[in-house]
Write a protein that binds this ligand. Structure first.
Ligand code: NAP
Length: 267
């Protein structure tokens, strides 16, 4: 009996679709966690829409790696903080592949570190536009295509939250932490809203991950400084986060929805 219920590798599951290879949109797929997700998805047989905002060369490198792995990829410029860019991103995916099976709501910024009593409203609004409104707009477009309520065949959404949602980001970025708290709440509510429509919605909460995001925020030594304070004694890698995201989108996670998975080395 045990052998009959042995889990199949995600690669096989992804390639079994009767309508060709499944399609995934990764926002912010040019660098860091998004790039690791896009590359791994390509290796597992997904066709990937690699969104980026400014770093076209980096996005092209990710798309190249996906093609070398034997799958297909397109690169689409767009700012997830802009509704018209989000709509155009999904239309580009429609045009290229004609179907959508997964969204990884990854694009995000931490902004400039700031105490709340020094935080300019303009900076706060920009962060919320990207980290919260952008996630909602992308989810809206994905649901319109994937929900059985709209004639779709179902699918999966993974939102990228942060351990900051639990830790609060004092002295650095309470604003960023709060934006990720919104993503946690959205994941729970949206997962339940579309659970009967064939869509699973989950989130990962990465801890300290070694990507460009810290240097971009003006804190290039942050990973080296905080790594030893993590219970596991080190920062995580983008690939370690990507593995969990791909699992959440696989058939192996078929009963998992509205869940938030910490990937934080115990932090
Ligand atoms: P990263 O290395 O700075 O990469 C950010 C990616 O997002 C890039 O591909 C960038 O595109 C894209 N991007 C930024 N703003 C965008 C916008 N407005 N529209 C479209 N794309 C945009 O960041 P990361 O560390 O991989 O972070 C990815 C996600 O994980 C974020 O949501 C972040 O909050 C979350 N996270 C990260 C950590 C960590 O320690 N690294 C921990 C917890 C959560 P360009 O290349 O074109 O600039």
């Amino acid at each position: 009996m045990a052998s009959k219920i042995r889990a199949k590798p995600a690669r096989t599951a992804a390639r079994r679709s009767s309508h060709g290879k499944p399609v995934m949109i990764v926002t912010g797929g040019s660098r860091g966690i998004g790039a690791a997700v896009a590359r791994l998805a390509g290796r597992q047989g997904w066709r990937v829409v690699v969104n980026y905002r400014t770093e076209k060369k980096a996005a092209d490198r990710v798309a190249g790696a996906i093609r070398r792995a034997g799958s297909e990829a397109i690169v689409v410029q767009g700012d997830v903080g802009s509704e018209s860019d989000v709509v155009a991103l999904f239309k580009a995916a429609d045009k290229a592949f004609g179907r959508l099976d997964a969204l990884v709501n990854n694009a995000g910024i931490v902004g400039t570190p700031s105490r709340v009593d020094e935080l300019p409203a303009r900076q706060l609004r920009r962060l919320l536009d990207i980290n919260v409104t952008g996630c909602f707009m992308c989810a809206r477009e994905a649901i319109r295509r994937m929900s059985t309520r709209h004639g779709g065949r179902g699918g999966g959404i993974v939102n990228i939250s942060s351990a900051a949602a639990r830790l609060g980001g004092p002295g650095e970025w309470v604003h960023y932490a709060a934006s990720k708290g919104a993503i946690d709440t959205m994941t729970i509510g949206l997962g339940r809203e579309v659970a009967a429509e064939g869509i699973r919605v989950n989130a990962v909460r990465p801890g300290l991950i070694d990507t460009d995001i810290h240097a971009t925020a003006g804190l290039p030594d942050r990973v080296a400084r905080l790594g030893p304070t993590v219970p596991m004694g080190r920062a995580g890698t983008a690939e370690e986060v990507a593995t969990a995201i791909l699992w959440l989108l696989s058939k192996e996670a078929s009963y998992v929805t509205s869940s938030i998975m910490d990937i934080s080395g115990g932090r």
